[in-house]
Design a protein around this ligand. Sequence first.
Ligand code: GLC
Length: 478
Amino acid sequence: MKILHISAECYPVAKAGGLGDVVGALPKYLCALGMSSAVILPKYALRWVKEHRFIEDYHGTIRLHDRHLPFTIEREIDDTLGFPLFVANIPDLFERDGIYASPEGYGYDDDVSRWLGFQQAVLQWVAQFWEKPKILHCHDHHTGLIPFMVKYCPEYRALKDLPTILTIHNGAYTGAFSWRHIDKMPLFEAHARNLLDWADTIHPLASAIRCAWRVNTVSPGYLDELKAPDSHLNWLLNNEWHKSSGILNGIDAQVWNPATDPLIAHRFDGDINRFKAANKAAICQRFRLDPELPLVTFIGRLVSEKGADLLPGVIERALENNAKMAFLILGTGDPALKRAFYALRDRFFWHFDASIEYNESLAHQLYAGSDFLIMPSRIEPCGLNQLYAFRYGTIPIVRSVGGLRDTVRDWSEENPRGIRFDHFSTDDALHALYRASLLYHDEQTLTGFRKRIMDLNFSWEKSAEAYIALYKGVSSPL
Ligand code: GLC
């Protein structure tokens, strides 16, 4: 194994968002290009984990202050994912039925121990390898202390020269915690203490930005945003500009393929409008929506980052003004938003419905059956949903941020791919919806749009090449 990906999520084993999609797909494409890769994540008590068989590869003990926790590293026996999958089985910390929170939505209150424990277990395991991976690829803050630990913790001295890479999928989550937890860290060289600190906290994301050999964000546009004066990371990233880059995510074109997708009602056979109409009919019937109206869907977590809180007001205003549109929401999150959506459902029969759940197969059906996908994100480091939408001929309506700006060209531009709006405001979003309805009723333009976006190729091949170039820059020969 040349590249070891260390992550909190990996689809289909454990997914809460796009991080899972990326870590589930990138290693597959890297392996296909000859860059052997494996993934390690915690062993959660989730369905996929329970349904697959694992074999022990290593056992040890980690120390978190005065707690000594036994753990094992296990490998999935059948290599179901197409690359080696390892899990760190630390029952005290991860034998739970959620990744970051219980299914009822309650976050875990021992996150500091959980992620410190996971990172220690991984490094202890890697340190005893006879043939070590060539690169440790860390994803987001959960694994952000690894670049520091390999450099400055005597316990992992065997890994001191191992290059580390940090990919920032979302800079809004930093993992910062109080210095009073310092005893849970493995021993480290005292002079390096400053490399942990940011804003008087132990700050995994800041530490990783400083200590990793390379840092990348999941789109070039998002890196620019993180370097801008109003970003909380701007000072750090500007300081480390020489080792930072933006690499746009890809999508797993095998999982997201309208011609073979087993989860949708009607597969794509070359006729775009027939494909859309048949899948839309299935959705509208299930949700009691009027199939004659343009269908605008939101798919994602109901959190402020995704701008979900803008939607109830926008939809209410649109429908109160008799907009000829239908809306459908799929996602979970903020309970107040859930109530707001249920209230809209009671008022706007045939025009609005919401499915407040995480449902991967319904998501596929909605990409196939919707006319538009709305993404009013406040922050969007890359965004994968607009790329899935492209592939299924669904036109994205997006706010101009991060990866959305990098991937969705507005209707007013050459070779447009969607509709964009700039400000996070009800008026701007309503105007975007108005333009969407104009587009919908211009049949020729609509068909042209659908054809163009379905032909786009955002598959991982290209992005995987970019990661390989990044790897080659820190480790040669690879
Ligand atoms: C996070 C970001 C999203 C990105 C994904 C995968 O979920 O919010 O924009 O696409 O990570 O990198």
